[in-house]
Design a protein around this ligand. Sequence first.
Ligand code: SAM
Length: 378
Amino acid sequence: MILDVLRVAHGGVCVAHAPDGRVVFVRHALPGEQVRVAVTEERRAYLRADAVEVLRAAPARVVPPCPYAGPGRCGGCDWQHVSLEEQRRLKALVVQEQLKRLAGLDIDVVVEPVPGDDDGLGWRTRLRLAVGPDGRAGLRRCRSHEIEPIDDCLIAVPGADIPEVVGRSWPAGAEVNVDVSATGERALSIGTADRHVTERAACRDWQVPVGGFWQVHPGAADTLVAAVRDMLAPEPGERLLDLYAGVGLFAGALALAGVAVESNRRSARAAAANLADLPVNVVRAPVERWLAREHDGSPFDLVVLDPPRKGAWAEVVTAVARLRPRAIAYVACEPSALARDVRTFAEHGYRLASLRAFDLFPMTAHVESVALLQPLSS
Ligand SMILES: C[S@@+](CC[C@H](N)C(=O)[O-])C[C@H]1O[C@@H](n2cnc3c(N)ncnc32)[C@H](O)[C@@H]1O
């Protein structure tokens, strides 16, 4: 089919219409382009397709820096064929559209680069490679279990030394985690490893379990901490509740008394060690259970909410709103989950007071947002 590409949609795709009227989600295309597509998936309501030939190119189209990007190839990046400036503009449109559609809010969004990131390459400090039957590690193709053999990955930090990793022989079917810390340590692991790397952010060192959560862009932790601090404007003596705390980044950076809640055993243990010098009680529990049954009712002035991709959902949002904090910083890697939860906050008396978005994952469709929620009355 030859299609006219209309607009960007969530997930690294653009929207076009097939001759039969069905929506087509096209990868490797840009709004305004005319492309020949190969259909990769057919459903009753929509199709998925790859642009395999560009008949009319958009001005923002570039030659992908990575030789493994393109139709049917590595699924790790979505926007290698797009200038960095346009990638950020498209991500801003996606965040804006989710807020409009799911929260009924009309706001302008700007996606800011991580300071110092000029080319969107060489940033990924955490990678998971899949091992094929031949024992060689590679990256998964898009929406597939197939493995794209690679010699290097241009978005990986140089210290990951991907050529060395893919040059080794690994157990067939395994997944290899590569963790590279800000202090230059590299850890290779299969499954869960009982080791740590040392990260550095917000003028502190952090023990992070190998394979455990830490922001993947080297500048991300400091960028998010600065945004959260600016939004919450903490005052001495205020109490902080850090939910989905990981190894304690926000509780440690804001250095207030309070509680940090994290369900992962290894991350919670690392958080307790990382925050040992602060009056922070680290609790290992699911956030929803702690809020519903374990919290002793003590008040909090400020809340940081940094859930996984699926978001916090109504139960957690409702319980957080009932604590009546003076400000909530919601850190979100999934704009649709953020928009849904912002709507729930509005139903419980909290309005979106400001929002910033950051390009923590250049070349991919991912975008991080930080939202400030305040009581309607403030
Ligand atoms: C996006 S990460 C944020 C971590 C941390 N705030 C940071 O910036 O490094 C989300 C964290 O939530 C944890 N998590 C996921 N589901 C949870 C739940 N139901 N209750 C508590 N923690 C959870 C994960 O283990 C992970 O550490």
